[in-house]
Write a protein that binds this ligand. Structure first.
Ligand SMILES: [Zn+2]
Length: 92
């Protein structure tokens, strides 16, 4: 789970952490959102990775992976929370 919470003396701090190394991704430009390429009708989770961890992750998990700039992730989350229908289709 890449979204984490740090507890501090002053409150909580949300962190986005890499699914490969577990370390914080500090800037959107340093990360990607990835998912396994699949057939229509399938559902797969999105993983969040440092760009530098992408190859190691893909080598360990095998298969074909699609990637999207991490800066787009907030848009995906907003759309996932939208009840409108039909939902927007993104190109594969
Ligand atoms: Zn990493």
């Amino acid at each position: 789970m890449p979204l984490m919470i740090d507890h501090t003396d002053d409150g909580i701090v949300p962190l986005l952490c890499c699914d490969q190394c577990g370390e914080r991704i500090g800037a959107a430009a340093d990360g990607t959102g990835q998912w396994r390429v699949g057939a229509a009708g399938g559902r797969v989770p999105v993983v969040v990775l440092h760009r530098s961890c992408r190859r190691a992750f893909e080598r360990i998990h095998g298969g074909d992976w699609a990637a999207m700039d991490l800066a787009v992730l907030p848009t995906l989350v907003r759309e996932a929370m939208t009840a409108s229908s039909p939902r927007r289709r993104w190109p594969r």
